[in-house]
Design a protein around this ligand. Structure first.
Ligand SMILES: [Mg+2]
Length: 233
């Protein structure tokens, strides 16, 4: 008896998938969170009129209670928090904590064989992206396109519009994006007609209309796997 597959609405029209990098292709860890929180603290200290250490504490406190970075920024009265968080994720030296993952590499090879193209759309710079992929063990040529911080930002939709423009024969509904953050990885692409699924998101977020999976590998439990299997038979 097969387990019931998790349905991704409109999955049969998917031709190309895009992936986020940070906290999507490698799991977050406590050490990474500490490094990011410290970097973020330095960035938000000025907004709050406190020291970096105090700002780090205030953000961590709000985040642990609200379990959402967007809500934590809101409580602290910081309007461009998502932008600051993207910058902190990229600037904090998390690469040192990333572990090699043959399982992720195998999974991505399998995923890429089921679609026309598998692309990477990340808020990380290209230099940082190369380093992180190397640490995990993912070859760069597994991706068709790599869109990094230098090419456009996700928060204002620029990076996603660039992704769409790479495929003149496809419509937005033919694109499916996987990421870990409700705002930049789901709401923004959805506003452009791109399908989105959240992964590595242990807490189910309310108020957003998106499939949420506990891990990247759970993509295998969705109708994307079934739909593509049917197509390839
Ligand atoms: Mg991410």
């Amino acid at each position: 008896m097969h387990e019931k597959l998790i349905e991704i609405p409109g999955v049969r029209s998917v031709e190309t998938v895009g992936l986020d990098l940070d906290h999507t292709l490698y799991p977050r860890s406590e050490k990474m969170d500490m490094a990011i929180a410290e970097c973020l603290g330095r960035k938000i200290a000025g907004h709050l009129g406190v020291t970096g250490k105090q700002a780090t504490y205030m953000f961590r406190d709000a985040y642990s209670r609200l379990e959402s970075s967007t809500k934590a920024f809101c409580e602290l009265g910081i309007s461009d928090g998502d932008k600051l968080l993207d910058a902190a994720v990229d600037e904090a030296d998390v690469t040192q904590f990333i572990e090699p993952s043959p399982e992720t590499v195998e999974f991505l090879k399998d995923l890429s064989s089921r679609v026309i193209s598998m692309d990477l759309i990340t808020g990380s710079t290209m230099a940082s992206t190369r380093e992180k992929l190397k640490k995990i063990g993912i070859p760069l040529d597994l991706f068709g396109w790599i869109i990094g911080a230098e090419d456009g930002r996700k928060i204002d939709g620029g990076a996603y519009k660039l992704w769409l423009s790479k495929y003149l024969c496809l419509r937005p509904e033919n694109f499916l994006y996987f990421g870990d953050r409700p705002s930049v990885d789901a709401e923004v692409p959805q506003s452009l007609g791109i399908k989105a699924v959240l992964v590595n998101n242990p807490k189910i977020e309310d108020g957003i209309s998106v499939v949420q999976l506990p891990s990247l590998f759970d993509i295998k439990k969705t109708t994307l796997w079934q739909a593509q299997n049917v197509l390839s038979q």
